[in-house]
Design a protein around this ligand. Sequence first.
Ligand code: ADP
Length: 594
Amino acid sequence: MTDPTADVPKPDDRYTSRRLILRLWRGYLRRHMPMMALAMLFMVIEGSTLGLLSYMLMPLFDRVFVGQEAGAAWWVGGIILALFLTRAVTLMASRTILTRVAQVSSTEMQVDLVRHLLTLDARFFQRNAPGSLIERVQGDTVAVQGVWRTIVTGASRDIVALAGLLTVALLIDVVWTLAALFAVPLLVAPVALAQRYIRRKTAQMREEAALRATRLDEIFHGILPIKLNRMEEYQTGRFRKIVDRIVRAEVKITVSGTSVPAMIDIVSGLGFFLVVLLGAADIAAGDRSVGEFMSFFTAMALCFQPLRRLGLLTGAWQTAAASLERLYRLFDTPAEILPPARPRPPPAGMPDIVFENVHFAYESAPVLRGLDFRAEAGRTTALVGPSGAGKSTVFALLTRLEEPQSGRITLGGVDVAEMAFADLRAMFSAVTQDAALFDETLRENILLGGNAPAPDRLQAVLDAARVSDFLPRLPQGLDTRVGPRGSALSGGQRQRVAIARALMRDAPVLLLDEATSALDTRSEQLVQAALDRLSRNRTTLVIAHRLSTVRNADRILVMDQGRVAAAGTHAELLAGGGLYAQLCRLQFDRDPES
Ligand code: ADP
C-alpha cells in the first residue's frame, strides 16, 4: 500500500549530515579522487604561501628595514615575489580542475536521477508535479557542485592556510597565540544554532522553489484557459506570493550564514585586543623585537580570511545538505510495480486478452470489482460504458502502469506480471485521446527513437495513416516541428500521426481510446479509414465513442461499476435493451437503429 504521508519529509536519521556526505562520497565524489587530490595539492601550496608570506615579514623588518643588511632587500623581495607567482599559478590550476569536477559530478547525479525517476510508477508522477521534479533535477543537484567546490576543497585549502599561519604564530610566541584564541570556545553554541536554522530554512526555500517551478509549468501549459478566463492577474499574483516567500527565505539563509563569520570577527577582535596589550608590554621590556610582533600580527590578521570562509562553509554545507536530503529521498523512493525476477517470454503471434476476477482501486474507492472478460485474438472488442466505469483503467492494468489488488490478467496465456517490461510493452500500440506528441519533428514523432525504416515502408505507413494527405501542406514535410504537444497540428492530424506511430510499431495488440471531441466529418472519415487499416490483423481493444465503431466491433463489452454488465454484438445488445440501448441514445446522440 502507498503511504499517503510519504511526501511530507519527516526528520529521518537516514539523512544526517554524516550519512549524506558518506553517500555523496561513495556515489559521486570518490571517483574523482585523483583529480581532486591534484587540485588539493595546488590548494595546499596556495594555502601555505600565506604562512610563508607572514614569516617573511620578520627578515623584512629585522634585516632589511631595521638591520639594513646589504643585499637583504633583494633576496627577501625576491622570495615574496616568488610566493605571489606561486599563488597565481596554483589558483588557476586548482580552479580549473575544481570547476570541471564540480560540473561533471553534478551532471552525473542529474543523469542518475532522471534514470531513477523513469523507473518510477505512473502514480508517482500523479503525486509529484512536473515542475517540482524539474526543480529537483536542475536546482537541487547543483548542491553537489557546492559540496565539492566550496566545501571539500575550499575547506582543505583554508585549513592548511590556518595551520601554516598558526604554526608561524606559535613559533613566535605561544602565549600571544593562546591569548589571541582565548574567546574561540564562545563560538560553539551559536554556530550550532545557526546551522540548524539554515538547514530548516533551506529545506523550506527548496520546497518553495519547487512550487515556483510547478506554477510556471501550470501557467505555460494552461495558457489558453488562463487567457480565456482572464486569469492573468490572478496567476501573476500567485506567482508573486511564492517568489516573495523565496526572497524572504533566501535573505534569512544568507544573513544567518554570515552571522558565523561575524561572530568570528568579534571573537578575533577580543583576541587582538589582548595581544596588543601583551605585545606592547613584551616589546617595552625588550623581550621581543618589532619584527617578531609584525610577523605575528600579520599571521593572525591573515587568519581572518580563511577563518571567515570556514565560518561561511558551515552554512554552505547546511544549504547543500538540505538539497541532498531532498535528492536522496527521491533516490530512496522505490518503484512499486516491479519487473518479475524470472521473466517469461512473451506470447508469439496475436494473443488473446483475458481478465479473471480483477479487483482494483486507485486509493480506496474500488474501480474494478471482479472484472472478467476475454478479448479474442485478432478480433476487435469494444468497451463501452458510462464515464468512470473503469474503461481507461483496463488499459492501465493491461500495460502494467497499474497493478490489480487481486485477479489475473493474461496475454496469450502469459500473466502480464510475468513478462519483462520491455517485452510486455512491445506487445501494444496505443492510440489514445490526447495523441501525446513531442516537440520534435513529425518524423521523430512517428519513429519514436526507433531505427529509420526503409523508405517504401515509411511511405506505406504514411499512406495507411492518411498522413500523406496533409504532409504536402506542411512547410518542411516530415521535418516540420509539431510544436509543444503537437500544437501546430489539428486534432485530426495529431490522431493520424498517432496512428502512423502505431503502424510503425506494428505491435500485435492495439489499444484504442477514441477521441470524444468530435472531428469534422471529413477528418473523422480519414481517421476512421486509417484506424480500419491499423486494426487489421491485430487484437484490438477499443474504448468506443462512435456508433460506427461499436457496429463494426466483433464483440462489445458493456462496463458498469467495474464489471461487465453485458456482452454481445451491437444487434444482440440492442435487442436486449437495458444499459446498452440507453448508452447508445445518450452517447452517440443518434438513433442506433438508423
Ligand atoms: P472511464 O475510462 O470508464 O471513464 P476510468 O477508468 O478513467 O473510467 O476511471 C474509473 C474511476 O477511477 C473513476 O471514478 C476515476 O475517478 C478513478 N480514477 C481514474 N484515474 C485515477 C487516478 N489516477 N487516481 C485516482 N482515481 C482515478
